[in-house]
Design a protein. Structure first.
Length: 409
């Protein structure tokens, strides 16, 4: 089944409201085995909506509409569907009765305009709305299926879960689309593409690459029976891991800070941080993980050289090598580990920009790591803006720690 989603509302085109319904519906289709080909947004214009519906009717088996089912003049979804199919809308007595009861239960008279929400065309079956006044439409005609859903996300999601999804499951059978995302760090998109080139032509599973703030994501998708799809995903994942090795740090909803936190707990280690140019971002990311108090003892933002020295970094070392240096990063990691009596010390120093510092260009990053006295440093260069350099550095230091924690002692 080929599907497409159409979000209706001029407010979406103006950016006044962010469309969350389309991503929600898109996420619901793969478990049903439905292929989504198009997502469109159209304003409250009858001619343009009918035109878009006409194209959708020609190319898709399932059309999911969101929005435009309200009582006002610019709520035009019902009228557009009726015009598309050449059918006349009539007020359904049962729907009108239900609608009046909804208003009566709230102690309100029903405004005359709301009567349009009780209208149906002959091909439409109403979908109950337990939390609003806009019934949905389930329309089947000429081998096509069109489902019109209300715009408010809480109404749409309840209608989907209680009415639409069960009907589609009964209709579609057992075929599903399963996905898995392998998250990598420390490899560029082009390098990952080249390394995985022999696998990228696979059709079961399909494999694609995506650039994300926490690295390159490798997305696998497999279609078939639940068993077939799961086996294909597992086979594909094994092949990707064989190529990328320890650059794969997580799967699906994993976060780098969460993965590192689990490793620290498993090994019974505590952590402390000293940050210069990241300005506390690393500590913020680490403490985003629930339960991080089990391993994170605290952090120091030592932005100036004086602050670094007061927290245990040798002033002579800074004078000799500079604050933006691998030597300073190592010294910072050791100083904070000792100061907070932690097992692991992490440190960041660098140049976020926009101008150079100590003769070093913006994007210069040095990471220090001290694991129970075993000290190392990692030097990187990023060609991004200030905020992204800081975020990439925070990810890099966590990845560096992860690698150290999984290496054999």
């Amino acid at each position: 089944m080929k599907a497409e989603i159409i979000a209706v509302g001029t407010e979406l085109l103006l950016g006044e409201i962010v469309d969350t319904n389309s991503p929600y519906l898109a996420s619901q289709l793969p478990p049903l085995g439905v292929d989504l080909y198009f997502i469109s947004t159209v304003g409250d214009n009858p001619a343009r909506l009918v035109e878009l519906l006409g194209r959708a009717w020609e190319r898709s088996d399932l059309i999911l509409l969101s929005g435009g089912l309200g009582p006002t003049e610019d709520d035009i979804t019902r009228e557009a569907v009726a015009r598309l199919l050449g059918e006349e809308m009539r007020v359904d007595p049962a729907l009108e009765k239900w609608l009046r009861e909804v208003f009566a239960s709230r102690g309100l008279p029903m405004p005359p305009r709301n009567i349009k929400q009780a209208a149906l065309i002959p091909s439409a079956v109403p979908l109950p709305n337990p939390v609003g006044t806009a019934p949905g439409w389930w329309v089947e005609k000429k081998g096509r299926l069109l489902v019109a859903l209300p715009g408010p996300p809480n109404e749409l999601q309840q209608m989907w879960e209680k009415e639409v999804q069960p009907r589609l499951k009964a209709r579609l059978g057992e075929e599903v689309i399963l996905t898995r995302t392998l998250k990598t760090f420390g490899i560029h998109e082009a390098a990952a593409d080249e390394a995985l080139a022999p696998l990228l032509s696979s059709l079961q599973p399909t494999i694609g690459l995506y650039v994300r703030p926490d690295g390159i994501h490798v997305r696998l998708a497999a279609k078939g029976s639940p068993v077939e799809a799961r086996e294909a995903l597992e086979r594909g994942e094994a092949e990707v891991r064989l190529v990328l090795g320890d650059k794969v740090w997580g799967v699906d909803a994993d976060t780098l800070e969460g993965v590192v936190g689990r490793l620290l707990v498993e090994r019974g280690l505590t952590l402390a941080t000293m940050e210069s140019f990241t300005g506390g971002l690393l500590a913020h990311v680490i403490t985003n993980v629930p339960g991080s108090s089990r391993y994170f003892l605290g952090g120091v933002v030592a932005y100036s050289n004086g602050a670094k020295i007061r927290h245990g970094v040798d002033g002579g070392l800074i004078e000799r090598f500079g604050a933006v240096s691998p030597q300073a990063a190592q010294a910072m990691a050791t100083a904070v580990r000792r100061d907070l009596r932690a097992d692991v010390g992490l440190a960041t120093t660098g140049v976020a920009g926009p101008g150079p510092l100590e003769g070093k260009a913006p994007g210069t990053v040095h990471i220090g790591l001290d694991v129970k006295g075993k000290v190392s440093a990692l030097s990187l260069t990023y060609l991004f803006d200030r905020s992204r350099i800081k975020r990439m550095a925070a990810n890099a230091v966590l990845f560096h720690l992860r690698r150290a924690l999984i290496e054999p002692a």
